[in-house]
Write a protein that binds this ligand. Structure first.
Ligand code: SAM
Length: 611
């Protein structure tokens, strides 16, 4: 499967879409349709049309995605501005002129997408008629098959980028700013009626003065385009105009429309032809007509360039001019003979029934290109049978002419063939041009998607950058805090080292306790005395230590010290780490910060070496 070919049976998939969702894409051009479906298949990671169909069955949400992808909504205000200038100056005045001042003007924008085109129409008709007249007389039917696009149109709120193509003065006059967008004025918006309409399946809106169908027909194949054009012809008033998109010129060869300006794709409707009725009236017999005039008339009849036969009321041969006599081998003797007895009454065609028909309908019956096998040669004649009607209204006979058109028919056939060849070449060219245009619109739509993604990425990037800067600033703050902390730690270490060296330098054993009497500091002399290292006792309850000191005798003095009292020197008998009895002088002092309450107690123990 290539990027543009969905592979498998795309027709089956289209039938499935029609049966499941009532959306008939069978009249759409295959190359573009194939590319759009392939795009969805790529997104859904399915391999072929059958796989994609199975995906649709499992994920009904995908229908919306697919329809959004197929229905390309590319559009803009005043799209192709020079053409709109021409419409405004040349066509709109003609449309208004064709209607009486009180008459409604009906406009139809088909495939209107998100509403830019119908609002463009509203603006140029408001300019031509004035706003009051616009509200009173103009109805703009804005239709599409895409419900989401129609909802955007009804909402009529556009971004600054979307209203960019609107001329500045129109923007100020017809739009109101709201929440960062531009909203088409609500009082004029009532002129535009949005509705769902499928060009392939729904009948046309009728009595239309101006039908705008731009860049929509090009998505359909030639047959479907022809059918849609026929319905446009039906919907338009006889003096209505049709306005198509840049590459949509197929209509130029349609017998239903005449080009008003081919370059700008403006066409007028050719009203349905009226059939002409012809009967030949025989002048009143006028005996007063001079003989010379009658002779001229007879000679003129005789010399006529086409074979002509006159029949009387009873069906007998009344006259045959020279060409007729040569063609059918008639002579003067045949004058007065009944028609059925003459060969030309049944060859090249059975004439009597046609003569009866001409009498009954009282108008000429024409037969074109009647084939005539005259010996080995095949000839073609145009036959016209006209009843001859007297001034009294009475039918007095018939005139039958035989015009040999063999040569012109051959020429016509050759011309027809050349025309067909040119037409085929033209259709191929047209289809290529339309294909290019649809590819262009697809690219534009992809580009818009990419731009949105890019904008989203840019905004995410900006957010990331902001976060990055915030993080950087937090980081800098943390670094400062860290530096300060480091400095404090160094200071603390210094103080600790200082304290430790003070404690180590003392001869007495020093123990520092917190308020709960847990050991906070324990110097080297205390370790020598009791045989326990600092790391074994720090955090332990002092009174629970298993050392040779009768700690229960210290309970009260310690409580006094915590309360801020000092009891002087306390002498206690104890047993040192070697198991030898010693006498200890113990001093207790409260531990407190300057001006603060007690934090604990300091205990100094000195062995009496004199004993
Ligand atoms: C490229 S946009 C053209 C918008 C506008 N007319 C312009 O020229 O700017 C083609 C529109 O045709 C619509 N469309 C496609 N198939 C349609 C259908 N069967 N009937 C009506 N509209 C159809 C799409 O939904 C899309 O909005």
């Amino acid at each position: 499967m290539s990027d543009t070919d969905p592979g498998g049976d795309i027709e089956e998939l289209l039938d499935f879409l029609r049966d499941e969702r009532g959306f008939d894409f069978t009249g759409y051009k295959r190359p573009s349709l194939g590319r759009r479906i392939a795009k969805r298949m790529h997104e859904t990671r399915t391999n072929d049309a059958a796989g994609y169909r199975a995906y649709l069955e499992r994920h009904p949400d995908e229908f919306v995605q697919l329809f959004n992808t197929i229905l390309i909504n590319v559009t803009s205000f005043f799209r192709d501005l020079p053409t709109w200038d021409y419409v405004q100056s040349e066509i709109v005045p003609r449309i208004i002129e064709a209607r009486a001042p009180a008459d409604a003007i009906r406009i139809w924008s088909t495939g209107c997408s998100t509403g830019e085109e119908p609002y463009t129409l509203a603006m140029i008709f408001a300019e031509a008629l004035g706003e009051d007249e616009l509200r009173r007389r103009v109805k703009i039917y804005a239709t599409d098959v895409d419900d989401e696009a129609l909802a955007v149109g009804r909402h009529a709120a556009y971004t600054a980028a979307q209203v960019e193509p609107v001329p500045q003065e129109f923007r100020e006059k017809y739009f109101e700013p709201a929440n960062g967008s531009f909203v088409f004025r609500v009082d004029l918006r009532r002129t535009v009626i949005f509705g769902r309409h499928d060009l392939v399946q729904d009948p046309p809106i009728s009595r239309i003065d101006f039908l705008v169908s731009r860049n929509t027909l090009m998505y359909f194949d030639a047959d479907t385009q022809r059918r849609i054009l026929a319905s446009f012809h039906f919907g338009l008033r006889d003096n209505g105009f049709l306005f198509l998109g840049k590459s949509e010129v197929l209509v130029a060869r349609s017998p239903l429309f005449a080009a008003v300006d081919l370059k700008r794709r403006i066409f007028s409707k050719i009203p349905s032809a009226v059939r002409e009725r012809v009967a030949v009236t025989v002048p009143e017999t006028d005996d007063a007509i001079p003989a010379t005039v009658r002779a001229i008339r007879d000679a003129g009849f005789e010399a006529g360039p086409v074979a002509q036969i006159l029949l009387g009321p009873e069906g007998h041969l009344a006259a045959a001019n020279l060409q007729a006599r040569l063609l059918f081998g008639l002579s003067q003797r045949d004058i007065g003979v009944l028609l059925q007895d003459l060969e030309f009454s049944y060859r090249p065609i059975e004439l009597r029934s046609k003569i009866e028909q001409a009498y009954e309908e009282r108008h000429a019956v024409s037969l074109r290109d009647v084939e005539w096998h005259a010996g080995s040669e095949v000839r073609f004649v145009d036959i016209q049978i006209a009843p001859l009607v007297a001034s009294t209204g009475e039918i007095v006979g018939a005139s039958v002419t035989f015009d040999d058109v063999t040569r012109s028919r051959r020429l016509r056939q050759a011309l027809h063939e050349s025309k067909r060849e040119v037409e085929t070449a033209y259709e191929e060219l047209q289809s290529t041009v339309e294909e290019l245009e649809t590819t262009n619109e697809e690219l534009q739509s992809t580009n818009e998607e990419l731009e949105t993604t890019n904008e989203e990425l840019q905004s995410t990037n900006e957010e990331l950058e902001t976060m990055n800067e915030e993080l950087q600033s937090t980081n800098e703050e943390l670094e400062t805090i860290n530096d300060e902390l480091q400095q404090r730690t160094d200071e603390l270490n210094e103080v600790n080292a200082f304290l430790e060296s003070v404690l180590a330098g003392l001869d007495a054993g020093v123990v520092v306790l917190d308020k709960e009497l847990r050991v906070q500091a324990w110097n080297g002399t205390a370790s020598d005395l009791w045989g326990l290292r600092s790391d074994e006792v720090v955090g332990q309850h002092f009174l629970n230590l298993d050392i040779g000191l009768p700690t229960d005798k210290l309970r009260k003095p310690l409580r006094d010290a915590l309360a801020g009292k000092t009891d002087g020197v306390l002498r206690l008998d104890a047993v040192n780490r070697r198991g030898r009895p010693i006498a200890l002088d113990i001093r207790l002092a409260p531990l407190r910060l300057a001006g603060g309450g007690p934090l604990g107690a300091i205990l100094m123990m000195e062995a009496d070496t004199k004993r």
